[in-house]
Write a protein that binds this ligand. Sequence first.
Ligand code: ATP
Ligand code: LTN
Length: 327
Amino acid sequence: MKRILTGLQPTGVITLGNYVGAIRKMKQLQDEYDSFIFVADMHAITIPQDREQLPKNIRSLVALYLACGIDPKKNTIYIQSENIYHANVSWMLECNSYYGELSRMTQFKDKSRKNANFTVGLLTYPVLMAADIIIYDADYVPVGVDQKQHVELARDIAIRFNKKYGDTFKVPDFYYTDTEVKIMDLQDPTKKMSKSAENPKGVIKLLDDLDDVRKKIMKAATDSEAVVRFDPENKPGVSNLMGIYAALTYKSMEDIEEEFKGQNYGTFKKAVADVVCSELEKIQARYYEILNGKELDRILDEGREKTLAMAKEKYEMMKKKIGLYRG
Ligand code: ATP
Ligand code: LTN
């Protein structure tokens, strides 16, 4: 059975973008693949985090995975920082990665531009991500398109290590779907919907109050043409709402255009709000039950023990190949 693996950062409540871009893909694939999903908490500290809030976010993210339908019987679920091998493997990979390739990563360029005093962790972030992936010999990595470049770097690093030290890692691949959607900010549809956006009105979080969700959608930026037509370049707001509607109903853009032919944006937005709220309502109902139950810790303990044993094996193999042992 081929293996898929993904992680999300516990940097706040996850968004509709994270759900469609990553979690829901994992849910759809969990029957066909050996599935690994984790909390990328060490990636989260590449930018400052509140130390009281972070543990709450970590727990909440796991509860959200489960509430979104990630089945603990079909997935290995764990927390990155509970496994010391990720950072150790990452160091060995860092010593086989280049400053040039890391400084060219789009995410690094964006985030370092926002804060001149950025940490080195922001630069080496994709190497830790490569470690997360290749320690477990993952075949495919289901992430949103914004993370594709990092998966390609993980490929390059795996290939380079294999060439230099002999076959050690499986070379991973970005997981492509035919319905790849990048959900954009509702207020500024030229930017991706992001957990850390400054304006909360443009972002739908999975635990948002449903009345607020409805308001945010009804107030989403559109245009003056008053035609529901998919044209991301000239009609980014309407196209984004169509993308959300398509992702949740599995309808094609043509079908959606047909469905709302001759109707105004108010009617269209109401339909989008209805499908979003009905999806979130189900998730929220399960979330609170799971968050307060005992099951969550048992699942995480099991995930930790399983991944520690797997990662240790790879780590020892790497040490031997590199020559890190008593002569
Ligand atoms: P932050 O804003 O804190 O940087 P983020 O919202 O971009 O975070 P991540 O934790 O970096 O979220 O990403 C989690 C997963 O969600 C990744 O696989 C990423 O590709 C995917 N993702 C994030 N935003 C979107 C989006 N707007 N549309 C589709 N997929 C997305
Ligand atoms: N960088 C990813 C989170 C992440 C990840 C990974 C995703 C860390 N390690 C390994 C897939 C595989 C992000 O979504 N921001």
